[in-house]
Design a protein around this ligand. Structure first.
Ligand code: GLP
Length: 240
């Protein structure tokens, strides 16, 4: 794993966007694996700026998002479908038919998992962007998830529900389940960029980089990825 430590969040976002901008220029018809959470928002803003300057286009891009809450309609302001429209898709020329996010309000969630896995088999991510949970989760692959998992429904852990409750009006509103791309499907990406910002991620970053590779810290699997870059700001990297 290659590690880049930046002075602050802005530099982290800039560094991450450089990799994506380079991909968009060299391979306009690419598959971009995208993440939600607060960490990639600066990266998305930089991509919007690059689009507005005419440096890049998304017209031939296929997106593949990591995850979605179960039970939130795509217009709910905490759904990841809404997040992606608000923070990126509404501001660039990506085509709506090329947007892919697991559907957390599908009637048959098992079928939805199979559909999404099949989509990923045919659309390997050129770059997969990841954030990291404070417990080391990637996507919504919580500790204990097998490394060869495909898209599946998860029961969110108490710590993830607590972490994510800051974005809801109260903790009871946080969905208890989600659909997530599996770790096996993340690992098939040609390149992975994992972003970590802030001191509350420092232990997870340590476990990811220096810990044993095991399912207790899902992100530790990335030590086995042939082309993974961790970009962390100083605070998130303070233990490594
Ligand atoms: C959620 C998402 C993850 C994300 C994590 C961290 O749980 N499912 O993909 O990495 O939050 O979010 P943040 O970047 O807001 O700390």
């Amino acid at each position: 794993m290659k590690i880049i430590i930046t002075e602050n969040y802005d530099q982290l976002s800039k560094k991450a966007s450089e990799f994506i901008i380079e991909l968009l220029k060299s391979k306009p018809k690419c598959v971009l694996g995208l993440a939600t959470g607060t960490t990639p928002i600066g990266l998305y803003q930089n991509l919007i700026d690059a689009y507005n300057k005419g440096e890049v286009s998304f017209k031939d891009v296929t997106s593949a998002n990591l995850d979605e809450y179960v039970g939130l309609q795509k217009d709910h302001d905490q759904s990841y479908a809404y997040f992606m429209r608000k923070n990126l898709f509404n501001h660039v020329d990506i085509k709506s038919e090329n947007l892919n996010i697991p559907n957390g309000s599908a009637k048959d969630l098992q079928l939805e998992c199979e559909r999404y896995s099949n989509f990923l088999k045919d659309n390997i991510q050129d770059i997969q962007v990841l954030g990291i949970g404070s417990n080391g989760h990637i996507g919504f692959n919580e500790p204990g998830t097998p490394f060869d998992s495909t898209t599946h429904v998860v029961d969110l852990t108490e710590s993830t529900i607590k972490d994510n409750s800051r974005l809801f009006s109260c903790i009871d509103e946080v969905p208890k389940k989600a659909i997530t791309m599996g770790i096996g499907e993340i690992m098939k990406s040609k390149m992975v960029i994992i972003l970590a910002s802030g001191a509350n991620k420092a232990q997870a970053v340590y476990n990811t980089v220096k810990g044993e590779v095991n399912t207790t810290c899902p992100a530790s699997v990335l030590q086995n990825h042939p082309n993974c870059i961790l970009i962390a700001d100083k605070d998130a990297a303070k233990l490594i």
